[in-house]
Structures are given as C-alpha cells and as structure tokens.
Design a protein. Structure first.
Length: 172
C-alpha cells in the first residue's frame, strides 16, 4: 500500500510563511500557477513556491527550482510574472533560491496525492529508500527502465505486478 508521508519540517515552515504572510491574496492568486508538465500540481503543492515578499514597491517571489536545468522552471517563473501582472502587479521579480536546495520534503501531502492520481509516482521520502511504488496499483515491485522519462525531471519505471510503465518524479 502507498502511504502518504507525514508533513515534513520543511513543509511546516513553508506553511507558516504562507499563513503568517501579509499578502495572503497573492498566495491564493499563485495557486493557479501549475507545473507546465504536470498541470494538476500547483507550484505551492510542488514545494517550489517558497515566499512572497514586498520590497518597497516591488514584489519578490521566491522559488526553489526542483531540478537544476529543468526547462519547466523558466516557464514557471514567467507564468508567475504573467499571473501577477494580469492582477495589476507590474513590479515583480522572481528570485530563484539556490539554497536550501529543493527536496521532496518541500512537497505538500496534497501535492504528492495529486501526482499519484495523475499517474506519476511521487518522490519517495529519503528514508523509504529506492522502492518506488506504482501509482496504479501501489506495488513496490518496480524496476527502472530509463533514467529519463517523458521529461528530464522524471525517470521511467515499470511495475512488476500490473506491468504498467509509469513516470517517477525524480528526487535530487
Ligand atoms: Zn502496478
């Protein structure tokens, strides 16, 4: 069975930044920005959106890239700008945080669930080791077919039980 991991400390801290934010409407607004490759998962759920700050007149949106060199990140940053600009915020800067690096700990529990429903195996918490659960049947009898799945950010696995191939969202 696939168990949903408990919310991590990193995720809890991120949740606090959101709930204590002076700009709650902007977090809500950015919930509409999703991963261009996985349209069911928002940048928030993915753990990419870290903070929204005001620096004078300028809005700073801090994001953590999931996978260095992932072309989707450029698209996400421009989607954030577009969304804020459309809402009347014209002075926006998207800042990529290089530390701490993105880990699967940033992902929300809901985000992992949505990935699985979408047919992509969510990143396994480090403690779980290398056993990747099939998003279709939950079996961990899976084998790596290719380090690169439908995109460079995913690996291709095949389930040994239902024999379905599936994408696995790679951890760094
Ligand atoms: Zn399966």
């Amino acid at each position: 069975m696939n168990t949903i991991p408990l919310v991590s400390e990193a995720q809890r801290e991120r949740q606090l930044r959101r709930s204590d934010s002076a700009l709650p409407e902007l977090w809500t607004l950015l919930d509409s920005v999703t991963d261009p490759e996985i349209p069911v998962v928002s940048l928030w759920d993915l753990g990419v959106l870290q903070d929204i700050k005001k620096d004078g007149e300028r809005l700073l949106v801090e994001i953590t890239p999931t996978y260095s060199g992932c072309p989707a990140m450029v698209e996400m940053a421009s989607e954030i700008e577009k969304t804020l600009t459309a809402a009347g915020y014209t002075n926006v800067e998207v800042v990529s945080l290089l530390t701490p690096t993105w880990t699967t700990d940033f992902m929300s529990t809901q985000g992992r669930e949505k990935l699985r429903e979408y047919g992509i195996a969510p990143p396994a918490p480090k403690a779980q080791g290398k056993k990747i659960a099939c998003p279709q049947c939950g079996s961990t009898d899976s084998e790596l077919i290719s380090e690169f799945g439908s995109t460079a950010c995913k690996a291709l696995y095949r389930c040994g039980d239902c024999l379905e191939p599936f994408d696995y969202f790679k951890c760094i």
